[in-house]
Design a protein around this ligand. Structure first.
Ligand code: HEC
Ligand code: HEC
Ligand code: HEC
Length: 433
């Protein structure tokens, strides 16, 4: 008798348990499918005003993340967005991050901002384009995200509606983005490696997270992704005609053999014994890295120095033939030697040496060609307030002449790198927007 009364109760309990489990599993599956798609948190801002300390901290982190590089147009109001970012899939325009209520982040809450940084999802639930480097920023802590948000909310509001993106079908669909994210994006934190020092871990956090070095220094596949396995191994920056060399190879941009103080100097000043940053890297140094604290630069240097380093693959392409080298040599004497020296030795403190400079013998000659075509300035930093410049030569030299002088530089003073063809010069020109 007692049994009959107990059984049904057990069955009921069991059924309830099964139902609960099903609900939990269902929710989990839904959450997984809609990772980062959680309903927006309440919009009422009950936040008390951020402390000046938090705002200052956020400002520092915004420097470390170089937000300004993409969110401020030349001559435009800071963080008001509208910067055109050309990609192989069409042009993207960065968003207005100022606290304007209608066109910026005025209605956003800290949790919504965190969701954008961590999950790459906008306030309205839209999956964002990864040109916003959230595959890196996902590693930023909640605490740092909140400080960044406090800083952005303390900026003067600028009324500037976001420009619609000009991305081609099918890349402009949320389905395409969902597929891309399923393949290449996992939101996640950086788990500290307990075998490494606190300094190394801080460096990893800055390089892999806010610093988003891999956004340029990694090869991109046909879908524009930088697969984790090849992170920091060097890649062409699409549509800019620059190659960001490997940070894991000493003959490219690897820093394994360098001393920590020299690395810190390169990151802070842009010029260090044996190297001088140019092009997009000069902007990274002047807008972001030079503003970081000694302790943070030191931590980055420790991490960069410890990255695994691969050796140079033997380059068995022949150097240029004698006729091309003779032509290149006379062009060099006529156009380059007055600054870089007859033997490529440069002038310490102003003109970089080309002899023994790994930047001119990279397997990809894009940067060398780019420098000759467009010239450029070293990074302007507190440590190098009046950087010297190099004039552009694209209106003075034709493709064949640029190729000849580049080939000469790659084959002189002990260098033995493959020549550059006129066709390659043309390709670099065409790959630049
Ligand atoms: C390499 C360029 C780049 C950098 C660097 C960058 N962003 Fe962006 N960001 C973008 C682009 C492009 C978008 C637009 C994405 C979209 O609409 O899908 C965007 C969108 C955003 C959004 C979403 C805004 C909205 O209205 O939905 C936020 C928030 C944001 N960025 C914050 C930041 C912060 C904070 C930093 C610095 C830590 C930063 N971004 C650095 C390119 C960049
Ligand atoms: C916007 C793209 C971009 C980003 C982001 C970027 N780099 Fe670079 N970097 C380049 C390019 C392009 C070059 C090649 C030009 C040069 O040698 O300066 C380069 C060169 C370098 C060099 C070699 C300098 C030399 O002349 O030997 C180092 C080291 C370096 N980057 C480190 C970093 C680190 C560390 C980060 C992250 C904090 C970073 N880069 C972020 C584009 C980028
Ligand atoms: C008026 C002086 C001047 C002349 C002429 C000049 N350069 Fe330069 N060059 C510079 C300066 C200054 C820099 C550093 C600028 C920078 O890094 O953006 C530089 C940088 C370079 C670099 C990049 C070095 C590095 O470490 O990344 C290369 C390569 C180069 N020059 C090659 C040439 C060649 C080839 C010619 C002749 C066709 C030439 N330059 C003519 C002043 C000059």
């Amino acid at each position: 008798m007692t049994r009959r009364r107990i059984w049904p109760r057990r069955v009921v309990l069991l059924l309830v348990a099964v139902a609960l489990l099903a609900a939990v599993l269902g929710t989990l599956a839904f959450a997984l499918a809609h990772r980062g798609d959680a309903p927006p948190p309440p919009t009422a801002t009950t936040d008390i005003p951020a402390s000046p300390d938090l705002v200052r901290r956020g400002e520092y982190l915004a420097r470390a993340g170089d937000c300004i590089a993409c969110h401020t147009t030349a001559g435009g109001r800071p963080f008001a967005g509208g910067v055109a970012l050309p990609t192989p899939f069409g042009t993207l325009y960065s968003s207005n991050l100022t606290p304007d209520t209608d066109t910026g982040l005025g209605r956003w809450t800290a949790p919504e901002f965190w969701r954008a940084m961590h999950n790459g999802v906008g306030r309205d639930g839209r999956m964002l384009y990864p040109a916003f480097p959230y595959p890196n920023y996902t590693r930023v802590t909640r605490e740092d995200s909140d400080a960044l948000f406090a800083y952005l909310q303390a900026l003067p509001a600028v009324r500037l509606p976001n420009r619609p993106h000009g991305v081609r079908f099918p890349y402009n669909t949320q389905v395409a983005l969902a597929a891309w994210r399923a393949l290449y994006f996992t939101p996640g934190n950086l788990t500290p490696d307990t075998r490494q020092s606190a300094e190394w871990n801080r460096g990893a956090y800055l390089v892999e997270g806010l610093g988003h070095c891999s956004a340029c220094h990694s090869p991109r596949n046909a879908l524009g992704a930088t697969p984790a396995a090849s992170a920091l191994q060097g890649g062409r920056i699409p549509l800019q005609g620059w190659y960001a060399p490997s940070l894991q190879a000493a003959h490219e941009a690897g820093l394994g053999p360098w001393s920590v103080p020299d690395i810190v100097q390169l990151l802070r000043v842009g010029v260090a014994p044996g190297a001088s940053v140019s092009g997009p890297m000069a902007e990274v140094v002047s807008q972001s890295l030079q503003h970081l604290s000694d302790a943070d630069l030191q931590a980055m240097a420790v991490y960069l120095k410890a990255l695994p380093q691969t050796a140079a693959a033997p380059d068995d392409r022949p150097v240029a033939d004698a006729a091309v080298l003779a032509r290149g040599s006379s062009l060099y004497i006529a156009h380059c030697a007055q600054c870089h020296g007859d033997a490529g030795q440069g002038k310490p403190g102003s003109y970089p040496a080309l002899a023994g400079n790994r930047a001119v013998v990279l397997p990809q000659a894009d940067n060398l060609v780019q420098m000759i075509l467009r010239g450029g300035y070293q990074a302007q930093t507190a440590g190098n307030p009046r950087p010297v410049g190099m004039p552009p030569f694209q209106h003075l030299l034709d493709d064949g002449e640029v190729a000849a002088v580049a080939s000469f530089v790659r084959a002189s003073w002990g260098h033995a790198a493959a020549p550059v063809s006129a066709l390659e010069v043309q390709r670099v020109k065409e790959s630049t927007r």
